[in-house]
Ligand binder design. Sequence first.
Ligand SMILES: [Zn+2]
Length: 299
Amino acid sequence: MRKLLMGMVLILALCGFALAEEGLSIVCTDFPCYDLARQVAGEEARVSMLLKPGTEAHSYDPTPADILTIGGADLFVYIGGESDAWADGILSGFDGGDAPTTLKMMDCVADPIEEEEHGHDDGPEYDEHIWTSPKNALKMVEALGEALAGIDPANGQKYRDNAAAYGAEIRAIDAEIEDIVSNAARRELVFADRFPFIYFTREYGLDYLAAFPSCTADTEPSAQTVLALIQKVAGDHIPAVYTIELSTQSIAKTVAEETGAEILTLHSMQTVSQSEFEAGATWVSIMRDNVEALRKGLN
Ligand SMILES: [Zn+2]
C-alpha cells in the first residue's frame, strides 16, 4: 500500500505539471457540485465529476484513478456528507504540498440538518442533500466564486461575476417557489419514495410525509407505511404523490392506483441520468422542472 501511494504521489507530481498549462482543473464528486462549479468557473477551467451520470451516489466507492484525479486538481469540491465521506480519508492521505485546495460544501451552509433515525454514538450525522434548498445553493455558488478567486486572482472578478449571474437565476427560482407556496391550496407533500428534500421543505415551511427518511438504501417499505401514505393522500384530498429521480415508482403507483393521485417527480439532482447529462441539465434547469411539479402538487 505504501509503495502504491508513493507511486501515486510521483504520478500526481507529473500530472500536476502537465495540467498546469491548460488552465484550472476543478474536480467535483457529484452533480450539484459539478454544475455549480462549472457555472462559476465559466471558460477558465476544466470541470469534471467523479460520479458518472446514472451512478448511484449513496453506494459509490472511489477508484484509485479517482485518487489520482483529486490529487491532480487545483480545486476539489465535495459535499462532505455521507455519500462522499470517503473523500476525507483521501484528503488526509495527501502530504501538505500535494493536497489540492478543497471546498467542502457542508461547511458553506448555515445549518446542516441532523438525519432522523440515526443511532450513531459518534455524534450526529447530517443530511447531505443541502443543495436542494436554493438558499443553500446560493451560498455554495458564492463559496465557489471566492475559492476560485483565491486560487486564480487574475480572473477573480470573472468568477465573482459568474457567481453573481448564476446566483441571480437561483434567486429568481427561490422567489418563484416562495410565491407558489404562499398562494398554495396546501402545504403538504407526500413522497412515495426516498426523501432527499428535507432542506427544501424546511426552507419553505412545507410539511411532508415520506416512505423513507432521507435517502436510505431501503426500497421496500412496510405495508403499514404504504397504507399511511394512501390514507394521507385520500384523507387530505392531495392531488399528487411525488417520486424522485431514477425511481422505480412502484410505491407511487400503488398509492396512485388507490387514490387517483397523479405521480409527479421532484428531482434531487444528486445524480443525473446519462441522457439528462447529455441534454445539458443544470441545477437551474432541473429546479425549474421541480417548480412546475411543485405548483401542480400544491394546488
Ligand atoms: Zn441522496
